[in-house]
Design a protein around this ligand. Structure first.
Ligand SMILES: C[S@@+](CC[C@H](N)C(=O)[O-])C[C@H]1O[C@@H](n2cnc3c(N)ncnc32)[C@H](O)[C@@H]1O
Length: 275
């Protein structure tokens, strides 16, 4: 049974305004106000702009209902449809509530999930920077939705990447270590998806924008990934529709995060021998 006691808590930072706290921390794409909407049918997205105004597809849940910070499951469904075949091995190094495991199993793929705060028995307590050595070159697809700097407090484990700040710079080398591990475990020629958002930090009236997406994309290129494509995913966070958050963004002349990046990358295949 999933352990529902350990829902991530918003990071306590008393210096932030309410609007800022929510802008940075409400990553849930579970639009409670939209729950009366009929879920749209799942289909393979043909463009680089994806939108699905529901957390789950079908009649059941993927991941743990109510988990704050869950990845909308249609994103993983779309990636697995395009980049994997039934029976292949999918890994999620920051597995959270296990959305990737549920989608992969729905589609007949094998799946392994790791997290420093495992919420289910089928998620192993492993640091994404030290994936099991026996996985080298064995994995067909990796999906990862990591902490976006210090947006959310996921728990007490000091290895939590969500305790590392983009502002101080300590977040980026840690994420580089994660990408190096993903590159190691992937089979050559196979793909990975990184779901991530930029961040705007609003402190004492002076905001700082952190282009987390661009920084992580650059690091992935740097260590040897090849880009397949970049998708923009429309966010349906409740705060985006709340008048006080919209007003604060207008008055403070900053933007609420309206989309997430989905970077789709490939581990290069070795060059063919020339004769
Ligand atoms: C955005 S959540 C993942 C959500 C997940 N895709 C889902 O749908 O439920 C990020 C996860 O990364 C985990 N995490 C943070 N640091 C980690 C690390 N060093 N190694 C593995 N997991 C880590 C957190 O505990 C959290 O569960």
């Amino acid at each position: 049974m999933p352990d529902r006691r350990h829902t991530p808590r918003p990071n306590p930072d008393h210096r932030r305004s309410d609007a800022d706290r929510l802008e940075r921390s409400d990553r849930s794409d579970r639009p409670a106000a939209r729950s009366h909407h009929k879920k749209p049918p799942l289909r393979i997205q043909p463009t680089t702009l994806w939108e699905y105004p529901s957390q789950d597809y079908g009649d059941s849940h993927q991941g743990i209902p109510g988990y704050k910070g869950a990845t909308p499951s249609y994103i993983i469904w779309n990636l697995l449809q395009r980049y994997t075949e039934p029976g292949e091995l999918v890994v999620d190094p920051c597995c959270g509530s296990g959305t990737t495991l549920d989608v992969a199993r729905d589609l007949g793929r094998r799946a392994l999930g790791y997290d420093v705060h495992p919420k289910r028995k089928d998620i192993f307590r492993v640091d994404a920077r030290k994936l099991p050595p026996e996985l080298t070159g064995k994995v067909d697809f990796v999906f990862i939705d990591p902490p976006y700097s210090t947006h959310l407090d996921y728990g007490d484990d000091p290895r939590d990447l969500g305790k590392l700040s983009a502002r101080s710079g300590e977040y980026y080398p840690a994420m580089r270590d994660v990408f190096v591990e993903i590159l190691r475990v992937l089979k050559p020629g196979r793909a990975m998806g990184l779901y991530v958002s930029d961040s705007y930090e609003h402190r004492s009236g002076k905001g700082t924008f952190h282009p987390i997406g661009f920084e992580l994309f650059r690091i992935m290129l740097d260590i040897g990934f090849e880009p397949i494509d970049i998708v923009s995913v429309v966010r349906h966070n409740r705060t985006l529709e709340m008048g006080n958050y919209r007003k604060a963004a207008e008055e403070g002349n900053y933007f609420l995060r309206g989309f997430n990046y989905l970077f789709i990358m490939r581990k290069p295949s070795p060059p063919r021998p020339t004769h």
